[in-house]
Ligand binder design. Structure first.
Ligand code: FAD
Ligand code: SIN
Length: 547
């Protein structure tokens, strides 16, 4: 960050700065007391981010025969030994209360129409042994975002900064040399290309996942891993980044940009088929199409390789027309745009990256290892998902940890602001002359990650990817120090950091577990351990202790 000062225009001061306006950031902003000044930052429009596109729903335990214990058991089983039991229990325990809070915010979830009992309709998804997914048809995320955003806009103590991009965190060493405190962030205003310093007593990263690092993803463009990369550069511990989740069923169509076909379609009876009509999931897992995602995605990948296919089929056309149209209006409409009528024919699907299970390591209060810096939502690694997230546990996690931050900062509310040192020297000169170089590098990195660090990995491919990324890293740091900062440049730099962290984590794990499958280490170790990366520890770190 040596270069930034000349571009710095203003300093703004808040009690709390929330970076990201998805389910995590918005729910926190809404709950904070009205005597706190809040800055809420969003890279594009307020609604844009993964939350808006969530389809399936949000898991919660309502009534017998389901129970909190069963929700915990299913989550831990899907997580393949790496979930933190205390976190899983706490989240499952609060799930009903969280749904109630969302209903209070005006979220209109789908109700049962059978028998007009006015209860919430619960569906099933992979890994869940009981129907426990609360949803708003197949557009749960949009309905949640619309309600949260309308609440946020009504609060006078929240200042909204859309089209503002966080570049890097500002930290200060404390008296105890091992402790750093976060005091603010550099923010690029995309509207005028100025960089401002936003200072706050507390900074919360709610920037979502890093799935754009892969060529094919169900995620919107905002998911470029900015929060994780910034936190890493600032000195945070980053955990379990080798566990990138591939959603088994994204629409295969050259214009569809990996549009998601919700797992709830399988929850309502959808079948996975080869082009000759044969079902195959029972060969891989007794739970069939509702096995956890890592298993279904690997099975599809394997079938595609064995038969030389470009896609497999997902078929719900055996269900009644009206049911399909009412239960999946969003998917029905989208597929029709591509001339696929899901009431009549099967949908061509392929796996694509969907969710970042690892992230900034946090404790039960959402604290990172940097003082006054919190991380919530997909950007964080809380230990809820372990080596493979169970469907519909993510939105729940976003809101659970926003409630934790709320409680935690109450304790420190009267802390003083710390001054931000402005001891930077600016070398900023010109805008990058060839934007095309950025676009080209972006595509190369995403292709490299897809081909070398995908669903099935090998040591050789991981090492090759590592070497190539190290060259990109040198180039980007030089480019970043010489050119005027733009959103594209910020995102490219972050993607390169994320790629490096994923590859390093994957090389560090000498086993196969959950979403990480390495042909050279096909077995699963008896003892499950997290992979923790910190920039102070050099690249070839041996954090993983072999047993
Ligand atoms: P996001 O909603 O991604 O929001 C991130 C925010 O950070 C955005 O406002 C973005 O602009 C901002 N941001 C990012 N970088 C910067 C920066 N540098 N500066 C400023 N702002 C920045 N989960 C479920 O539980 N149930 C589901 O049914 C479900 N379905 C899904 C379907 C799809 C298609 C996808 C993509 C995900 C789905 N998920 C689902 C996962 C879930 O939606 C996400 O994990 C969750 O919404 C993440 O919320 P978030 O608030 O952490 O991040
Ligand atoms: C889906 O609807 O399949 C996505 C659910 C999730 O990612 O939790």
């Amino acid at each position: 960050m040596q270069k930034i000062l000349k571009q710095v225009e203003k300093t703004r001061v808040f009690d709390i700065l929330i970076i990201g306006s998805g389910a995590a950031g918005n729910s926190l902003a809404l709950q904070l007391p009205s005597d706190m000044s809040i800055g809420l930052i969003s890279k594009t429009e307020l609604h844009e981010g993964s939350t808006y596109y969530a389809q399936g729903g949000i898991s919660a335990v309502f009534s017998k025969p389901d129970s909190i214990e069963l929700h915990v058991e299913d989550t831990m089983k899907a997580g393949a030994g790496l979930c933190r039991a205390n976190i899983v229990k706490a989240v499952a325990n609060d799930s009903k209360e969280i749904i109630k809070w969302l209903l209070d915010q005006g979220v209109k979830f789908t109700k049962n129409n059978v028998g007009a009992n006015n209860k919430l309709h619960l569906t099933k998804e992979g890994g869940h042994t009981h129907p426990r997914i609360v949803h708003a048809d197949d557009k749960t995320g949009k309905v949640i975002q619309d309600s949260l955003i309308s609440g946020v806009k009504k609060k006078n103590n929240i200042e909204l900064y859309t089209h503002h991009v966080a570049i890097d965190l500002i930290t200060k060493d404390q008296k105890d040399k091992n402790v750093k405190r976060c005091v603010g962030c550099y923010i690029l205003n995309k509207k005028n290309n100025h960089i401002d310093i936003f200072k706050a007593k507390f900074i919360v990263l709610a920037t979502g996942g890093a799935n754009k690092v892969y060529l094919y993803t169900s995620n919107p463009d905002t998911s470029s891993g900015d929060g994780i990369a910034m936190a890493y550069r600032a000195g945070c511990n980053i955990s379990n980044m080798e566990f990138m989740q591939f959603h088994p069923t994204c629409l295969y169509h050259h214009r569809a940009k990996s549009f998601l076909i919700s797992e709830s379609l399988r929850g309502e009876g959808g079948k996975l088929l080869l082009p000759n009509g044969e079902q195959f999931m029972h060969k891989y897992d007794s739970r069939g199409v509702l096995a956890p995602r890592d298993i279904v995605a690997r099975a599809i990948d394997n079938e595609m390789k064995i038969h030389g296919l470009e896609y497999v089929l997902l078929d719900i056309s055996h269900k009644k027309n009206l049911f399909i149209k009412e239960r999946f209006p969003n998917i029905y409409k989208k597929c029709l745009e591509f001339n696929i009528d899901i009431t009549k024919s099967a949908i061509p699907v392929v796996p694509a990256t969907h969710y970042t299970c690892g992230g900034i390591d946090i404790d039960i209060n959402a604290r990172t290892n940097i003082k006054n810096l919190y991380a919530i939502g997909e950007v964080a690694h809380s230990g809820l998902h372990g080596a493979n997230r169970m469907a519909s546990n993510s939105l729940l996690e976003c809101i659970f940890f926003s409630r934790k931050v709320l409680k935690d900062i109450e304790r420190f509310k009267n802390e003083d602001f710390e001054d931000v040192h402005k001891d930077f020297v600016d070398n900023t000169t010109k805008s990058i002359s060839e934007e095309v170089i950025i676009k080209h590098s972006w595509k190369e990195i995403r292709t490299l990650m897809w081909n070398y660090v995908g669903i099935v990995r090998t040591n050789e491919r991981l090492l090759k990817a590592k070497n190539r990324i190290s060259i990109y890293k040198k180039e980007i740091e030089e480019c970043f120090s010489k050119n005027k900062i733009s959103c594209d440049l910020i995102e490219l730099r972050n993607l390169i950091y994320i790629a490096e962290i994923i590859i390093t984590s994957a090389l560090t794990r000498k086993e196969s577990r959950g979403l990480h499958y390495n042909v050279d280490f096909p077995y699963t170790n008896k003892i499950a351990e997290d992979t923790v990366i910190n920039k102070k520890i050099k690249n070839d770190l041996k954090l993983y202790r072999e047993k």
